[in-house]
Design a protein around this ligand. Structure first.
Ligand code: FES
Ligand SMILES: [Fe+2]
Length: 426
């Protein structure tokens, strides 16, 4: 008998560990306006940022805005094959060209004095042009920034000399393309204003050290100890095994309610399951693969562990991806325009659907304050502490972040921030 061995296209080997030291991470990096300004000048304006979904602008003239820190950008489909990104600002007296949101335009007319711009950003019409006795320069246009696509997202970069998006993403497309993000549909799209620095939110998702404390229920269905951490040049990841008990869980034989729920989710009746708790994960992996392929979703590029686990990626500086076999939960952490103690947390869920199936409707984007709505038990547990963390960081008593080995993705992020802030110009 020939057994087919599946070859994953997402590399699983452990990356070499860089030396990152053990010092306290100064708290001012989370609290000071000076540091915030430095981050803006040296990092945010030099990195590639996700603007939104390519599928939100299918037709020529479709556009959406995206906001980052104090800036707003207008993302436009200019031709069937070309998407452009502009600062959302009129070169006349500075009005914003479009309110936040999405829509369709044949051209962009500013709502103040009616300057009008073509979809490529060039000047189309200036009312009473002859009254500008100095002349209206031909170059009076929307200011464009580099723009590209990957994973079904439009990306932009405020640096006119930006390195190509693919160079910025480094190894990540090779890791993540097997999930086919470009074929996934957005099914949840919320923004919540959190009273913490954007990095406090990134940190909350880049370590599993907090699981035993704030998510005790997760010890019944994931292993928070045997988590492989890989730190790459800028980005990083950890691989969290799901569908098994944490070694911290007292009763190592129990097929817990959580495991039973997962079995059910994989199409297996837990009452008829005659394996042990140790067998749940492998049984689920086989069932998920068979069930997913039977629904018409090709997961042949994913390995067996990817059928159950969270391959959790951090795209520097602000994107967190909980990657699962038929969907991804994306967090985009955006800095507040003026206050280092505040941020915007964008929560988006994406789903892969069978070929030829009817796509789910695009949910409207909604905006909320912290605590106004439940994000689900786990995210409520994650977000509960963040405003207190920020308050505590501002205390005279607090000096900086004491980081353990399991939390080293946080240290790695700070090293990468330093590379931007204090290294060669990017
Ligand atoms: S500010 Fe836009 S036309 Fe005057
Ligand atoms: Fe968490």
């Amino acid at each position: 008998m020939v057994t087919e061995t599946r070859v994953s296209q997402t590399p699983t080997e452990k990356a070499p560990e860089p030396a990152l030291g053990t010092e306290l991470i100064p708290k001012e990096r989370y609290t000071s306006e000076e540091f915030m300004a430095l981050e803006w000048e040296r990092m945010w304006t030099k990195v590639w940022n996700i603007a939104g979904r390519v599928s939100d602008i299918p037709a020529v003239g479709d556009y959406f805005t995206t906001e980052l820190g104090p800036e707003s950008f207008l993302i436009v489909r200019e031709t069937p094959d070309k998407v452009r990104a502009f600062y959302n600002v009129c070169p006349h007296r500075g009005n914003q060209i479009r309110n936040a949101g999405m829509g369709h335009a044949e051209s962009f007319q500013c709502a103040y004095h009616f300057f009008e711009f073509n979809l490529d950003g060039s000047k189309k019409f200036v009312p009473d042009e002859d009254t500008f006795t100095q002349g209206v320069p031909q170059g009076t246009a929307l200011v464009e920034v580099p723009c590209d696509t990957w994973g079904g997202w439009v990306w932009f970069n405020m640096n006119p000399e930006a390195e190509p998006l693919r160079d910025f993403l480094g190894v990540l497309p090779g890791h993540l393309d097997p999930y086919h993000f470009e074929e996934q549909y957005i099914v949840q799209d919320k923004t919540i204003e959190w009273d913490c620095n954007w990095k406090a939110s990134v940190d909350a998702f880049n370590e599993v050290y907090h699981v035993q404390g704030i998510h005790p229920q997760l010890l019944e269905s994931l292993d928070d100890i045997h988590v492989q951490i890989d730190l790459y040049e800028r980005h990083n990841r950890y691989l969290v095994p799901f569908g098994l008990l944490s070694p911290r869980y007292q009763n190592g034989d129990e097929i817990t309610d959580a495991l039973q729920g997962m079995l059910r989710g994989a199409g297996i009746d837990p009452d008829g399951f005659d394996g042990t708790a140790d067998d749940v994960r492998t049984t689920m992996q086989a069932a998920q693969r068979a069930g997913t392929e039977a629904r018409g979703i090709d997961v042949s590029e994913l390995n067996d562990d990817q059928m159950t686990d969270d391959y959790h990626y951090y795209l520097f500086p602000n994107i967190t991806l909980n990657t699962h076999h038929t969907g991804v939960m994306l967090f985009r952490q955006r800095p507040h325009p003026t206050d280092p103690n505040k941020m915007y947390y964008d929560l988006q869920n994406y789903m892969r659907i069978p070929e030829g199936a009817e796509p789910p409707p695009r949910p409207p984007h909604t905006q909320h304050k912290h605590g106004d709505l439940s994000l689900g038990l786990v995210l409520d547990q994650d977000s509960y502490n963040l405003p207190r963390v920020q308050k505590g960081m501002n205390s005279r008593a607090y000096k900086g972040l004491l980081i353990n080995y399991r939390e080293r993705r946080i240290r790695h992020m700070h090293k990468t921030i330093d590379d931007y802030l204090f290294g060669p110009d990017r």
